[in-house]
Design a protein around this ligand. Structure first.
Ligand code: CDP
Ligand code: MG
Length: 821
């Protein structure tokens, strides 16, 4: 310590920081000046309004171009007959809701009608239309389709922009840009009133994803600030009245679609038809065999025409595909099986539009992506598993998880309708008819299923100058104000927001992480302390439990956890070891080794796959936050970011730093209900009161905990008790060095006693604490690649590791006068 502090005296470090801060302050001023310059939302270049003369010239040029090209429409769609109604409505009201059945031509036709009307009317230069899509795949494929329909002379007026991929229209003026909602939210940051844009068409509003809901709130204020802006909301199903009310009672234009009748069957009907008895139980998890049976039944006995089968996730799609391909009936090549989900490339997704050969039947296995955003015309049969994946948040455990859940009534209707586009069709719903009654009428908006802390962070990104409570009271479905205030307070406690509710430099990084902000903070810190991979595993396992937990094998799981924990006293090290062991057999072992490993450790293969996906996603997030140079560096054992990944005490310390103030103090001596004092019993307290350890934690019932402090992530309330679900002992030095814990007189005394420190040692540690704080502060403020191999930081972290590893942390066992330095 002395050596390090002599080389890098704290006073100098703090001084340097001040100077950097000052320099940055000056930079911010120039940046603010630059912000006067808006970004052109179409091209992404600097926004420069045209002179009146240039406007007239461009409008005339566009008018002539369109007259010459005179683009037609490839096929007739129901919306074509309503063209004038739609245009007039948009001309006479600044906000319009357009409701029309899926496939009637809303997405591909309406933006083009609006553009064409302006251009042919000689006002093309002022017409710039943004059309949002909830998914990148539809933004790209629809842009291609519209460009194709407009023909070679005009196709450069159409473009798309999705994350990491952009093909904007050639120029601003007479332009049509399809983009994801996320991209538009980002554009709004650099051009909040959307100067230069004439229309925003918000498509698929009924999906009620969180980004679309936030966008609607922001557009309401853009409309006030920009008098030239118009908004068109397009929706297939859902509550149009509410939407109209939200925009001051704007008009609703209904476009009737054309639909053939569809005969529906439910589980009992399907089974009877197939000559099977009724299943005693059915489950939200899809029954792969039953689905394959139904598809085979349709293929053998149903009339000609394509089959569209709705499944919750891509894993289910693959399972059904494998099952079908393994059956003799499907080996003749008289079927064409096409998977469709959003992780396919755009090119691969185009396969679903292909017409099969004569005599061949097309079978499309899809997620809910084909419910509204992709229309396949030749479908005659729909098989509906009745479920989809949904991000759900459990406020008790603070854990949010992608679950398979029953769809809503409106989803069922929508799926059924997919069968009647070209001729009368058939739908097979694989749940009992009576299940319909217990389904919700509409899907629950995502904004109400999102953890509030994450929601507040998003609100802060998109509307930094508005108090979170105020902004969130403006959205279509607002969360409770008191809960929002609590979330803001929690974010302030962990340093993501400052006192004025502004995102701190830490908060800016945490905002890139698609997980709970506390876990996000752990990940940000893990990059700086060079132990990324294990922390990615912990964050993923706290999102999805890797163990096969059931009532029956609880004892077994606990035994496995105990063995994995060994002497670490940490549920997080259990996760880290389980995942790293699994990654090892994945890499080096064969199938048998893998199965053996899973069985021996009561681990779920599906959960582990999911966890692997999360690890990759969080790695991407760290890259986006500019904390690592490349996403895949996070998972490379020899990378700098994993230099200290096998230092268990450091891992626990970093977890504490991220999760603090989630701290438990362990005390000896309990007064029982009968009033008797038991000196050897342990009790636990957090800041808010006494707690118990949950039986799932490896620390439950341990009398010999080697530290007086534990950190934790999730707690559950039950029968008036608070149970801590996961915990880890932490080194008292970590508490001193890595948190801003109370070091007033009392706090100091507690730590003093615990560590048996002399005054000299205390002063050294105090300086070291400041050094670590300055390092973090410096790195968080450094705009690119926080740990740009600074040797000074390397030394400091190594010193910390050494201190944690070589200092006794058991104040219970020893009360000697030993010193640390
Ligand atoms: O938006 P909405 O559901 O009302 O319809 P749309 O997406 O505009 O689709 C209208 C028609 O264009 C449908 O019949 C689609 O099958 C077809 N289409 C297509 O063939 N290829 C695309 N990439 C997009 C749409
Ligand atoms: Mg559409």
């Amino acid at each position: 310590m002395r050596e390090y502090l002599a080389q890098y005296p704290v006073a100098t470090e703090v001084q340097k920081l001040w100077e950097e801060e000052e320099a940055r302050g000056q930079q911010t001023v120039t940046q603010e000046e630059e912000e006067e310059d808006l970004t052109d939302a179409i091209t992404g270049r600097l926004y420069r309004p045209l002179s009146e003369h240039d406007t007239r010239r461009l409008s005339t040029h566009l008018q002539e171009k369109w007259e010459t090209a005179n683009p037609g429409l490839s096929v007739e769609l129901p919306v074509d007959g309503h063209r004038q109604r739609v245009i007039s409505a948009v001309q006479s009201s600044r906000v319009v809701v357009i409701a029309g059945e899926t496939g009637c031509g809303k997405t591909t036709r309406i933006p083009r009608f609006l553009l064409e009307e302006c251009v042919r009317g000689g006002e093309g230069a002022e017409c710039n239309i943004l059309v949002t899509q909830p998914r990148r795949i539809s933004a790209v494929s629809v842009a291609h389709r519209v460009a194709l329909e407009m023909g070679p002379a005009l196709k450069n007026c159409v473009g798309y922009q999705v994350r990491l991929e952009s093909r904007p229209p050639e120029q601003s003026g007479g332009a049509l840009l399809f983009l994801t909602v996320g991209v538009l939210l980002r554009k709004l940051q650099s051009n909040p009133s959307l100067k230069g844009i004439s229309h925003v068409v918000v498509d698929e509003v009924h999906e009620r994803d969180i980004n679309t809901d936030l966008l609607l709130a922001l557009l309401r204020s853009s409309l006030k600030e920009n008098p030239d802006l118009r908004v068109v909301l397009m929706s297939a199903t859902g509550d149009k009245q509410r939407l109209s009310h939200y925009f001051g009672g704007c008009p609703i234009v209904k476009v009737p679609g054309f639909m053939h009748p569809v005969r529906d069957r439910y589980l009992e009907d399907v089974l009877r038809e197939m000559g099977l008895c009724f299943l005693l139980s059915y489950d939200v998890a899809p029954d792969i065999d039953l689905i394959a049976d139904v598809i085979e039944h349709i293929d053998r006995h149903g009339e000609p025409g394509a089959v569209l089968c709705f499944l919750p996730g891509w894993q289910d799609i693959r399972a059904v595909q494998e099952k079908l391909e393994g059956r003799r009936h499907f080996s003749s090549g008289s079927q064409m099986i096409v998977p469709l989900h959003s992780s396919l490339s755009v090119a691969d997704q185009q396969a679903v539009f292909q017409r099969p050969q004569v005599g061949q039947r097309k079978i499309v296995l899809t997620t809910n992506i084909a419910e509204t955003s992709i229309t396949i015309d030749d479908i005659v049969h729909v098989v509906d598993a009745g479920t989809h994946k949904e991000q759900n948040y459990d406020p008790r455990t603070k854990v949010s998880c992608l679950d398979t859940v029953w769809i809503s009534h409106s989803n069922v209707t929508q799926r059924k309708g997919r069968a009647g586009r070209c001729q009368p069709g058939h739908s097979y719903h694989l749940f009992p008819r009576k299940q319909l009654e217990s389904m919700t009428p509409f899907p629950i908006p995502e904004i109400l299923r999102t953890p509030l802390e994450s929601l507040v962070v998003q609100a802060k990104i998109h509307s930094p100058n508005c108090k979170a409570v105020d902004f969130l009271s403006q959205v279509l479905d607002s969360p409770e104000q008191k809960a929002v205030r609590d979330a803001v307070q929690n974010l302030q406690d962990i340093g993501v927001l400052d006192k004025t509710e502004t995102l701190t430099p830490l908060g800016e990084r945490v905002a890139c992480m698609s997980c709970d902000p506390r876990l996000g903070k752990v990940l940000v810190l893990s990059a700086m302390f060079r132990c990324v991979l294990p922390m990615l595993s912990v964050a993923a396992c706290l999102t999805r439990d890797p163990f096969y937990n059931s009532l029956q094998n609880r004892a077994l799981v606990n035994k496995v956890k105990d063995a994995l924990s060994s002497s670490s006293f940490s549920d997080y090290l259990v996760f880290i070891r389980a995942v790293s062991g699994w990654r090892r057999v994945q890499q080096d072992g064969d199938r048998e080794d893998r199965d053996e490993y899973l069985e021996k450790h009561t681990l779920s293969k599906f959960s582990l796959r999911f966890i692997n996906g999360l690890i990759s996603q969080f790695s991407e997030n760290l890259h986006e936050a500019e904390l690592v140079s490349r996403a895949n560096e996070c998972q490379r054992h020899t990378s700098l970011y994993n230099e200290h990944s096998n230092q268990d005490e450091l891992l626990k310390a970093v977890l504490l730093a991220g999760l603090y103030p989630n701290l438990i103090q362990v005390k000896k001596g309990v007064v029982t209900k009968g009033g008797r004092f038991r000196p050897n019993r342990t009790c636990f307290r957090t800041l808010s009161g006494p707690v118990l350890l949950h039986r799932a934690s490896v620390n439950r019932g341990k009398e010999d905990l080697p530290s007086r402090w534990l950190t934790f992530f999730s707690a559950i309330q039950s029968n008036g008790n608070v149970f801590i679900r996961d915990s880890s002992t932490v080194h008292p030095l970590a508490l001193l060095l890595l948190t801003d814990c109370d070091l007033s007189e009392t706090g100091r005394t507690v730590l003093f006693q615990a560590l048996c420190l002399s005054v000299g040692t205390w002063e050294l540690l105090w300086e070291l604490r400041t050094s670590i704080q300055t390092m973090l502060y410096r790195n968080l403020n450094n705009p690119t690649n926080a740990i740009a191999n600074s040797s000074q930081d390397g030394k400091l972290i190594s010193l910390l590791v050494e201190l944690l590893n070589n200092t006794d942390l058991n104040p219970f066992a020893h009360n000697s006068d030993s010193e640390v330095d």
